[in-house]
Design a protein around this ligand. Structure first.
Ligand code: GLC
Length: 425
């Protein structure tokens, strides 16, 4: 059997050499042949102009490389599962892909990612210019497996045509959402992400964080079962079961919530920075120039934002790694991040991009001196190669709580015992 396989490989190899020689416009990994190479870039659905503008600029700067987008699901969990199916079969269908900040540990350990250190070094990419937290999310066992493309943190957006000043505390938010619901054309006071998926984990971290609760401590011990976490979760339940959020809030991801907001249906929304660019897009939004931004409300321990964001990595089995790296370097470099900030509305990870006048104009968040500090203080989700298991437990349990089916106390107890088991393994 093995000999047969060897023969087949040799024959196929020879056939490939012959075809390549006969057809000079095709290309190889070494890039010896002329003619454009097409690389496939997988990323979640982009509702902004960001990806389009980024690729246009890249192709203009690199006439020999074309970028084809493979659109993945908007839901990061579904995106993750499709990627794992593809990458675990060593498929070369995609060359380069966006990774949620919570994936690099898992993907690097599974051998899906090409280490980038060699490219970074030979091209002299200055890593000290990046927000270090964002950079470190792509570092596994001392090697850089992914480069940070943009950074996310939970933000409060409000209709500045309807309320003068945004709420400072969650209690104020509850009060203002109740009182202002119905103003203008609004139907709701507040929108968030409460479906059973990754976004729910982010919203949960923010509520409990505001009251001093957390999931794991610095040493990875499970510390979720605390009065602080219970208090934060109770506030979350108060909001999700109120009459100022849509009655089907437990089906809302970013997509449902941002759509309702730009249609003018809500006074407040919790979302990621891209929400601003979307609200300012006259082709999609009914609320252009009517949106203000603020930190998320505080609990008794301050305001807490979940840290999110997306990185870029190269498929270990890509046949066009060199070209894929050119794209990674461009997208995560000065010009690419500028375009993503201006047209996609997402926060740069490369610090000098914040000094750019067009970037400052595009989103008030980026002109705010406190934004980088705030985002650097955002709360990361647990870093672990088994993060999907950890997240699943939180999603299932918190989902029961926010739909009013389980008390805050039972929820944190259940999460505690299940996480302890996962971590013991
Ligand atoms: C955003 C964040 C990402 C997070 C996701 C949850 O895309 O950047 O980190 O996991 O939302 O829905």
């Amino acid at each position: 059997m093995r000999r047969w396989k060897k023969w087949l490989a040799a024959t196929l190899g020879l056939a490939m050499v012959l075809t390549t020689a006969a057809c000079s416009s095709s290309s190889t990994e070494e890039g010896k042949n002329e003619g454009p190479v097409t690389i496939t870039f997988a990323r979640g659905k982009d509702v902004t102009e960001g990806t389009k503008k980024l690729i246009e600029a890249f192709e203009k700067a690199h006439p020999n490389i074309k970028v084809k987008v493979k659109e993945m699901p908007a839901d990061t969990g579904q995106n993750h599962d499709q990627l794992v199916t593809m990458l675990s079969s060593q498929s070369s269908e995609i060359d380069v892909f966006d990774l949620d900040v919570i994936w690099p540990a898992e993907f690097a350990k599974a051998g899906y990612l090409q280490p980038l250190d060699r490219y970074i070094e030979s091209d002299g990419v200055d890593l000290s210019k990046y927000i270090q937290g964002a950079l470190n999310a792509g570092k596994v066992d001392g090697q850089q497996f992914a480069m940070p493309r943009f950074i996310d943190a939970g933000i409060l957006f409000y209709r500045k045509d309807l309320v003068q000043t945004p709420p400072k505390t969650w209690d104020e938010l509850v009060k203002m959402a109740k009182e202002n619901k119905g103003q203008g054309d609004t139907k709701f006071g507040y929108l968030m992400q409460a479906k059973q998926y990754e976004g729910l984990v982010c919203n949960f971290i923010e509520f409990i964080g505001a009251y001093g609760g957390r999931i794991l401590d610095e040493n990875g011990n499970v510390v979720i079962n605390s009065p602080e976490t219970v208090k934060g979760l109770k506030k979350m339940i108060e909001v999700t079961t109120s009459d100022f959020v849509p009655s089907n809030i437990s089906t809302f991801t970013e997509l449902e919530s941002h759509t309702a907001f730009i249609e003018g249906q809500s006074v407040f929304i919790r979302n990621w920075p891209y929400q601003y660019a979307l609200a300012q897009d006259p082709k999609q939004s009914k609320i252009v120039d009517k949106v203000g931004v603020a930190p998320l409300p505080s609990g008794d321990k301050g305001s807490a934002a979940a840290l999110g964001g997306w990185m870029m990595g190269i498929n270990k089995y890509s046949k066009h790694k060199k070209e894929a790296w050119e794209f990674v370097k461009f997208a995560t470099g000065m010009e690419g991040q500028k375009l993503t900030a201006i047209h996609g509305g997402s926060g740069p990870t490369l610090l000098p991009v914040y000094d750019d006048e067009d970037v400052k104009k595009a989103n008030p968040l980026f002109a705010d001196k406190n934004f980088v500090d705030g985002i650097s203080a955002a709360i990361p989700r647990p870093v672990s190669p088994v993060y999907p298991e950890i997240s699943d437990v939180i999603q299932i349990e918190v989902s029961k709580a926010v739909t009013g089916k389980q008390s805050a106390e039972d929820t944190v107890k259940n999460i505690e015992s299940k996480l302890k088991e996962i971590i013991k393994k």
